[in-house]
Design a protein around this ligand. Sequence first.
Ligand code: BMA
Length: 327
Amino acid sequence: MRVNVVGDPLPNIPWEERPVGCQDVVWRSARNPIIPRDATSGSNSIFNSAVVPYRGAFAGVFRIDDKCREMRLHAGRSEDGVHWTLNHERIEFVTSDPELGPFVYGYDPRVVWIEDRYYVTWCNWFHGPTIGVATTHDFEAFYQLENAFLPFNRNGVLFPRKISGRFAMVSRPSDNGHTPFGDIFYSESPDMRYWGNHRYVFGTAGGWQSTKVGAGPIPIETSEGWLMIYHGVLTSCNGFVYSAGAALLDLDKPWKVIARSRRFIMAPRTLYENVGDVPNVVFPCAALCDAATGRLAIYYGGADTVVGLAFSMVDDLVDYIKADSLV
Ligand code: BMA
């Protein structure tokens, strides 16, 4: 490996070799979509979801839009990261402060282990969309903390360790609708309650990322900087098109961009990405990385309908970003 990854060896993450003849930096699982829209009896669609290693296997928080088209979060477990058992009941967040509730909607979760517990962030209704935060140890009880920010905000993604002694998060200030703009900002907190030291990371650029950008999976710490996969949106004559790109951020000052892909790493092009409740969407929310090999398993939503799995190698992704960087 040319690039060193900081993290645990995870030899059991899902993995498929790059298909013979494939030139792409990211390739899709032959088993896609790994979670169909009707994997639970109550679901209209299951997509933009987050998974983590858990007790030698895997656990996650899944976006399930139900048959009333309400946006809910459900916990799930898997032995192999491909076949999932999803709870039919939604997560009921525990909070001692009634003013944090009621739960109205939750979507686009991310999950990360920091120090001694798992943290979940998601787009949470609080008089509009903002960043909800909760903790869990067992993916059974989830304890809700203060929302990180005021509305309107989405795509709150925590870093997997403290930076300069503080929790760190990127987020994307937005509006109350489908947000025709959006840049990525960085914030820090001493206690996961009060957030400040806000810094600008990056905004839109050309083509596939010309309307808005937002962080995707939890950033991966490497010897080349934080590897951050993100989504970028283009406005076509037929609506938004969601693709994915990647950037390298400074390890100590993550608002400083070392390199950023001019080309997408993945754009909607299969039937389950081009056709669904919202066509032309790939929306990554999680990535498992085997630090020993640099293998990456990326979980993403397809067309706001199903969960897909894709693969890459950290070395290849870093080379790809640096070979044609915007900065
Ligand atoms: C965004 C979010 C995502 C969704 C995307 C495409 O604003 O709502 O959950 O995947 O739009 O519809």
